[in-house]
Ligand binder design. Structure first.
Ligand code: IPE
Ligand code: MG
Length: 230
């Protein structure tokens, strides 16, 4: 979710107001997924590198997150949304950790959209953490299957589509393990401007792609079969 700061700058507003506006775009996206029966939405809200930002901005982001949890979990629960958090939560205040845990517990049994917030998350950390957990659990020899059981997104299928707003064309240490076959979509739209029509555009772009997972295309496969049969 990139571009909050630039959105604010364009309006001669402080960066933090860009984040506040970004929260509205989060609500819109959750609503969009709920209405369009999208089962998993994972939002990269705060990376492990974001601690390097000015203290004032970091505090604002964390308090915005805390306030959203306090105010909106009931609404999520009413809409059958399951809330999850991925990332190293041990760096957060006890209060915030408790709210996260509470949100996960309350919405645990919900069967609609799974809304995952990546906070203090880094893709490399995720992989190392998974390897450590696997080893602590007595796996002397690792395999892809074993490691994936310990990754943060172990409750979700691999993502179909990654949308990055704000014009940068990079993955920036997001869920790097899980993204290997994910379709990537980059847009210049700044996150606070990302609305339903932008989401539809990303989905229509996605539906036009052919996903081969390393195989040849359908036509090539048919002709290979023909060669094999003849
Ligand atoms: C939001 O956008 C990302 C968060 C950490 C919440 P930015 O704050 O990175 O916005 P830009 O890139 O400065 O425009
Ligand atoms: Mg940015």
């Amino acid at each position: 979710m990139d571009g909050n700061g630039r959105w604010a700058k364009e309006r001669y507003l402080p960066r933090v107001l860009g984040h506040r506006s970004g929260l509205k775009a989060v609500r819109r996206s959750v609503e969009f997924c709920h209405q369009n029966k999208i089962e998993f939405l994972t939002l990269f809200a705060f990376s492990s590198e974001n601690w390097r930002r000015p203290l004032e901005e970091v505090s604002f982001l964390l308090s915005l997150f805390q306030k959203s949890l306090e105010d909106e979990v009931v609404k999520l629960d009413d809409n059958n949304v399951r809330f999850k958090l991925i990332g190293d939560r041990s760096k957060f205040s006890t209060k915030l950790q408790d709210l996260i845990q509470e949100a996960e517990t309350i919405t645990h049994g919900n069967t609609g959209l799974t809304l995952t917030i990546a906070a203090n998350y880094g893709g490399r950390w995720d992989i190392v953490n998974a390897a450590q957990q696997a080893s602590l659990n007595g796996h002397a020899k690792l395999s892809e299957e074993i490691l994936s059981q310990y990754l943060q997104l172990n409750f979700a299928p691999e993502p179909d589509l990654l949308i990055r707003t704000g014009g940068e064309v990079r993955v920036s240490n997001f869920v790097i393990w899980d993204l290997v076959y994910t379709e990537l979509y980059f847009t210049d739209i700044l996150w606070p401007d990302f609305d339903e029509s932008c989401f539809y555009e990303a989905l229509s772009h996605y539906s036009g792609r052919e996903r081969r997972f390393g195989r040849a295309g359908v036509e090539q496969e048919v002709s290979m079969k023909y060669i094999a049969d003849s």
